[in-house]
Ligand binder design. Structure first.
Ligand code: DPN
Ligand code: ZN
Ligand code: CA
Length: 457
């Protein structure tokens, strides 16, 4: 605030640095807005005469437990026929890949087998792309398909592998045409140290990495003494899973048994948003956990973890059923593109100086990842540092050039700064594109600069 002393000019002070730091924190919370990849919200055109239903209008399916268990039974038979396991470098692993690949190929997926070498043996990742969707927004879901050598690996990780497979097959049954492109992955050699998923991420060109808008990981989701754990990573993904469980009236906990112990870690390490589910390994279920989830306190979530008894009987059907439905719920919800929340903030902290009694200047802000038009109550937060705010005329300029007056000049308005939030009916404007804040100083002597501004959708 300025006390006006005639003839004394006020030089703008950089108290803005502190504010900018605070705003940077705010920006981090709204990071998806600032870091979202450029988007073309082109929906694939279908030749079918069906009405153009929005993907969001299509509820996620109930994944049939019997189908998930049928895949597990096949994986169990594969282990039995191949020395009792499905481990990296063993025949049971490649047979598992071929089983999953056969189902996906028959359902219309484009499958790729990626080979790598680890511990002197060839390993395989299986990648399945569902045709269509925005290639610049790829939602990936994955599970490791290898077991340890000591057993068939039914909970670890036949459970995740089968749930992801059945979800992919449900995508095909629904002929889902989501906004995002869907990709599914079954990783090799996870048990040797996330070898397959690391290999995939390391060999993904950086241009392709930036198109992956999320990776969902499912590793051990049918533990016999199950807990319901959600990874504490990307807030949107985490909330999606929590919403699903809230709908069932089941409380979840944050996964703490080992952050970075599964195939989401390589994705997370390169900045890709990740999330996932877990029903517990060798940690002991507490009394409080048994109280809310059932099962036996004082016992491990999975007493057969990495043991020969991780067989078909080492599965909690209820947990596997719920978690499989949660996989589908997340895939449907996070790929629809129309679930973009309101309240998303786009902000620029780049300073733009405003010439004294001069030409208008603009500060640009790119909005991406939204669909449709801007809201009827678009919030425009403005932070302009200036020693005589009455000099300033401020407009919001939409991507198509339409200007919305936020503030007129007023010669008697001698206060400092324009720090305000304006509400604009921007419902006739397309949301995505380059928005501008246009500021003109129309009075001599006092000067200033645009410190930051933001749009809240
Ligand atoms: N990835 C499995 C393992 O390392 O054996 C199981 C696991 C997943 C453990 C997530 C902890 C957290
Ligand atoms: Zn394991
Ligand atoms: Ca001036």
């Amino acid at each position: 605030m300025k006390i006006t002393v005639p003839g004394v000019r006020h030089i703008p002070t950089r108290t803005a640095a502190v504010a900018a730091l605070a705003l940077a924190g705010l920006l981090a919370a709204a990071a998806p807005a600032a870091t979202a990849a450029p988007v073309t919200s082109q929906r694939p055109v279908r030749s079918a005469p069906a009405p153009a239903l929005e993907a969001s209008a299509l509820a996620a399916p109930d994944i049939p437990l019997a189908n998930v268990k049928a895949h597990l039974t096949q994986l169990s038979s594969i282990a039995a026929a191949n020395g009792g396991n499905r481990a990296h470098g063993r025949a049971g692993y490649l047979a598992s890949v071929n089983y999953v690949k056969g189902k996906l190929d028959a359902a219309g997926f484009t499958t790729t087998v990626q080979q790598f070498t680890s511990s002197g043996a060839t390993g395989y990742n299986l990648i399945a792309d569902w045709p269509g969707g925005d290639p610049n927004q790829v939602l990936m879901s994955g599970a490791h398909l290898d077991s340890v050598t000591s057993g068939a690996g039914m909970n670890d990780n036949g459970s995740g592998s089968s749930a992801v497979l059945e979800t992919a097959l449900a995508v095909s049954r629904a002929q889902l045409q989501p906004t995002k492109h869907l990709r599914f992955a079954w990783w090799g050699a996870e048990e040797l140290g996330l070898i397959g998923s690391k290999y995939y991420v390391n060999n993904l060109p950086s241009a392709e990495r930036s198109k992956v808008s999320g990776y969902l990981n499912f590793d051990m989701i049918g533990s016999p003494n199950a807990g319901y754990f959600v990874y504490d990573d990307d807030p949107t993904i985490e909330q999606t899973f929590k919403d699903y469980y809230a709908g069932l009236g089941i409380s979840t906990e944050i996964e703490t048994e080992g952050d970075g112990r599964s195939d989401h870690a390589p994705f997370k390490n390169v900045g890709i948003p990740v999330g996932g589910l877990f029903s517990g390994a060798d940690y002991i279920k507490t009394a409080a956990q048994a109280q809310k989830w059932g099962g036996t306190s004082g016992q491990a979530f999975d007493r057969c973890y990495h043991s020969s008894c991780d067989s078909l009987t080492n599965i909690n059907d209820t947990a596997l059923d719920r978690n499989s439905d949660a996989v589908a719920y997340a895939v449907w919800t996070l790929s629809a593109g129309s679930t973009i929340p309101s309240g998303e903030v786009f902000e620029t902290l780049t300073d733009v100086s405003i010439p004294d009694n001069g030409a208008a200047v603009t500060s640009s802000l790119t909005v991406s990842g939204r669909t449709g038009n801007a809201p009827t109550a678009l919030k425009v937060g403005v932070d302009i540092k200036h020693t005589w705010r009455g000099d300033l005329v401020v407009d919001l300029v939409a991507p198509d050039g339409t200007a919305y007056r936020l503030k007129n000049s007023s010669s008697g308005d001698s206060a400092d700064n324009v720090i305000a939030t304006y509400t604009v009916n921007a419902s006739s404007e397309v949301a995505n594109g380059a928005w501008k804040l246009r500021v003109q100083d129309v009075g001599a002597q006092d000067t200033g600069y645009i410190d930051s501004w933001r749009l809240t959708f």
